[in-house]
Design a protein around this ligand. Structure first.
Ligand SMILES: C[S@@+](CC[C@H](N)C(=O)[O-])C[C@H]1O[C@@H](n2cnc3c(N)ncnc32)[C@H](O)[C@@H]1O
Length: 224
C-alpha cells in the first residue's frame, strides 16, 4: 500500500513538473515576441539599484581586468547582471557565470534576462546555468572566481549552502557579497539570510576579512 502511494506521488510530481515546464515555455515564447518590440531594458522589479553606490566603491577597481571571473547566484531578469557587465566586466575576456533555475511558470524571467544582457552588447561574456545553485555550484571549478554575488534562494539553509560552496569556488583574495543580510526581520530565522551569514562568518574565522556588514555583507577571502 505504502509503495503504491509513493509511486503514485512520484508519477503525480512528474506530471506536474511536465505541466509547469510546458506552461513556462508557452509564457516564455509570448514574452519573447513582446520583447522584440521593446527598445530599452525591461525589468519588473528592482532589487539592485539601491546598492550601486556601494558596488561602485567595491568593484569598479576590477574594471578592464583581463580574464576576470564573476559568479552571480540569483539573476532574475538580469538587473544586477547588467550592472556587473557594464561596470566591472569591461574587459572583453572577463566572464560572468549566472546560476538561476528561473523556474517560474507565471512571468518567467528568462526572456527578460536574455533581452537585457543582449542590450549590453556583452551577452557573449555570460554563461547562464539554469539550475538550482546547490546542484550547479558543485560542478564549477574550485578557486576559479574573483567575485561571487549571492542573491539566490533566501532561506537560511540555502544561503548556508551557497556560502559554503562559494567559499571553495572563490580565489584567495577574491570578494564574496551576500545580499539581504537584514531582509524581513519578522520572518522566522530559518527563512532568512542573516543566521546563515553569521554562521558562515564565524566558520571562515581568520581566513577572511569582513569589509562591510549592513543590508549587504561583503568579505574578502584571505586564505583557504
Ligand atoms: C532576488 S532575485 C535576484 C535578483 C537579482 N540579483 C537582481 O538584483 O536583479 C532571486 C533569484 O534567485 C533565484 N533562485 C531561487 N532559488 C534559487 C536556487 N536554489 N539557486 C539559484 N537561484 C535561485 C530566483 O529564481 C530569483 O530569480
Amino acid at each position: 500500500m505504502h509503495r503504491i502511494l509513493v509511486a503514485s506521488l512520484h508519477r503525480a510530481t512528474h506530471v506536474i513538473n511536465l505541466l509547469m515546464n510546458y506552461l513556462r515555455s508557452v509564457r516564455e515564447k509570448q514574452f519573447e515576441r513582446k520583447l522584440k518590440r521593446t527598445v530599452g531594458f525591461s525589468f519588473t522589479s528592482d532589487w539592485a539599484s539601491h546598492n550601486y553606490v556601494n558596488w561602485e566603491k567595491w568593484f569598479t577597481g576590477y574594471g578592464h581586468q583581463p580574464n576576470l571571473r564573476v559568479l552571480e547566484i540569483g539573476s532574475f531578469e538580469g538587473r544586477s547582471t547588467v550592472w556587473f557587465l557594464e561596470n566591472v566586466l569591461t574587459h572583453p575576456s572577463a566572464q560572468l557565470v549566472c546560476v538561476d533555475p528561473m523556474p517560474w511558470p507565471v512571468n518567467p524571467p528568462r526572456p527578460r534576462f536574455m533581452h537585457n544582457i543582449q542590450l549590453t552588447g556583452k551577452a557573449q561574456q555570460v554563461t547562464l546555468i539554469q539550475e538550482r545553485s546547490e546542484i550547479a555550484l558543485t560542478k564549477l571549478p574550485p578557486a576559479s572566481f574573483d567575485i561571487i554575488y549571492i542573491d539566490g534562494a533566501h532561506d537560511a539553509i540555502n544561503v548556508l549552502a551557497d556560502g559554503m560552496y562559494s567559499w571553495e569556488l572563490l580565489k584567495v583574495g577574491g570578494l564574496m557579497l551576500f545580499d539581504d543580510y537584514l531582509w524581513e526581520p519578522d520572518k522566522p530565522e530559518y527563512h532568512r539570510c542573516q543566521r546563515a551569514i553569521d554562521l558562515l562568518l564565524k566558520q571562515f574565522g581568520t581566513r577572511k576579512t569582513l569589509l562591510h556588514l549592513d543590508y549587504q555583507a561583503l568579505l574578502r577571502k584571505d586564505a583557504d
